[in-house]
Design a protein around this ligand. Structure first.
Ligand code: GLN
Length: 242
């Protein structure tokens, strides 16, 4: 049976900071290099969307102004997204996209941007931006991995009942105080790491691809690729940061 993975790139023109579209390209390429067919669809402001028809949803980073623009756009489609997430849709939400899945984002000027309220955390602007290279330790399936990236956010995120994605080894993470980075719920992976995250961290990309495939066919096995270059780039950054 030929599986064609369907990817939803949500608000590509608004949530598009720091080259985050590279995450969609990395997901697509690491499938293509394995002969796995992928169809990428862009969903923009005002579009109708059925999230249950996708295998992977990507939401990138955005400026405060853009986030405010799209906060109420999904409207009644939030329930559709919640159902897809409970059905183990694989989601990667970076920075502004991460903040959007939570309860709210209180901006520096006091504007309170409502989130989609799907995951239990909130974000409030701090008095200085959290900027710099970052290294995080986390568990991906049965593998312990160290990921690296770049963070640039004014918002500080505080988790409620959801688990963090990982532990900050160098850098700030969610809020610069609790040592956590990102959030994880079922197959939803939230992170402040730009870079973009997936091209710099092949193990995460492959884990998301395998989760998306297993959701379609639980016996699917993902073959390895030659990641010599990716592993070298990752270890150079880890040596620099740790
Ligand atoms: N505007 C949000 C903040 O400053 C998110 C920034 C981003 O997506 N890099 O926290």
């Amino acid at each position: 049976m030929v599986i064609v993975l369907k990817v939803c790139h949500l608000y590509p023109d608004l949530l598009n900071l720091y080259g985050d579209r590279g995450n969609v390209i990395a997901f697509y390429r690491r499938c293509q290099w394995r002969g796995i067919e992928v169809k990428v669809e862009e969903v923009n402001l005002g579009d109708q969307v059925d999230f249950s028809s996708y295998d992977f949803l990507f939401m990138g980073g955005g400026s405060d102004r853009e986030q405010n623009l799209l906060a109420s756009d999904l409207g009644e489609q939030v329930e559709n997204l919640k159902t897809a997430i409970e059905d183990n849709l694989v989601v990667l939400a970076i920075c502004g996209g991460y903040q959007l899945l939570g309860k709210y984002y209180l901006m520096p000027d006091g504007t309170r941007v409502p989130g989609l309220g799907i995951l239990d955390y909130y974000t409030e602007a701090g008095n200085k931006r959290l900027i710099g290279n970052i290294a995080v330790n986390l568990q991906m399936g049965d593998k312990e991995v160290y990921i690296t990236g770049f963070e640039n956010h004014g918002g500080k995120t505080f988790l409620g009942s959801v688990e963090p994605l990982g532990k900050v080894m160098s850098g700030n993470g969610n809020n610069g105080t609790d040592g956590h980075e990102g959030a994880r719920y079922k197959n939803v992976f939230c992170s402040y790491l730009h870079g973009p995250l997936l091209p710099k961290n092949a193990a995460i990309t492959d884990y998301m691809i395998s989760q998306a495939l297993k959701r379609r066919n639980k016996n699917f096995f993902l073959n390895d690729l030659d990641d010599t270059f990716e592993k070298r780039a990752n270890s150079v950054m880890l040596e620099r940061l740790l």
